[in-house]
Design a binder for this molecule. Structure first.
Ligand code: URA
Length: 213
């Protein structure tokens, strides 16, 4: 676990990245080149959370720079967002060997970093990419096929899961539902920005609970 006191004192995303670069809270760090912390604007109101770095991300030290990342870039651009408007991170910050899913223990060890990232970025909307992100942030039993495209509210943040871009590369039939989900994200983003204080009254039906710790 990252040192609680250092985490609490940390008040910028840049300082948090430096702290995280030294993390050995789980075994993943031994098998990778380094911590892949996050990328994008510290002021972003829209955050994407994936699963964990792959080989290319590990090589470059940045999330979503491989094939799935290129597709994510296209999805973000097609929805009219620039890279200055988004922040991108992962459930785990070190590459799981062979691109396997991170274990619950690895995800839990990395969670304090992600929660602090969310606190510092303070997004209005989080898009959870794939079932690993959905299950680690919302509900360990949630199924992506059932929950994608639905808004839930966690700690004042509107969260929606959609299919992971890597799943789209394997199965083109998932492109349409992802596009429908991203259009919802775009529409809510435009309604939210500049009027966040009024939101609870405007969206009364959305379930509220904390993010999973
Ligand atoms: N897949 C992820 O979930 N994250 C990355 O950074 C790259 C691919």
């Amino acid at each position: 676990m990252p040192q609680q006191e250092a985490l609490e004192r940390c008040n910028s995303i840049e300082a948090l990245a430096v702290l995280a670069s030294d993390c050995h809270s789980c075994g993943l760090r031994e098998g990778c080149r380094g911590v892949v912390f996050g990328k994008g604007s510290p002021k972003a109101k829209l955050m994407f959370i994936g699963e964990g770095p792959g080989a290319e991300e590990d090589r470059q030290g940045l999330p979503f720079v491989g094939a799935a990342g290129k597709l994510l870039d296209k999805i973000i651009a097609a929805a009219g967002f620039t890279m200055d408007e988004v922040y991108i991170a992962n459930i785990v910050k070190c590459r799981p060997p062979g691109n396997r899913n991170p274990s619950p223990e690895e995800a839990a060890a990395c969670k304090p970093w992600l929660l602090k990232q969310i606190e510092l970025i303070n997004p209005a909307i989080i898009v959870l990419l794939g079932s690993v992100a959905l299950q680690n942030m919302i509900d360990p039993k949630a199924r992506i096929t059932r929950e994608r495209g639905k808004w839930v509210r966690r700690q004042g943040i509107y969260c929606m899961a959609t299919y992971h871009p890597a799943a789209l590369l394997r199965d083109a039939s998932k492109k349409r539902p992802v596009w429908e989900d991203i259009k919802q994200v775009r529409d809510l983003y435009h309604r939210l920005i500049g009027c966040r204080a009024e939101l609870p009254e405007r969206f009364p039906g959305i379930s509220k609970a904390p993010l999973r710790r």
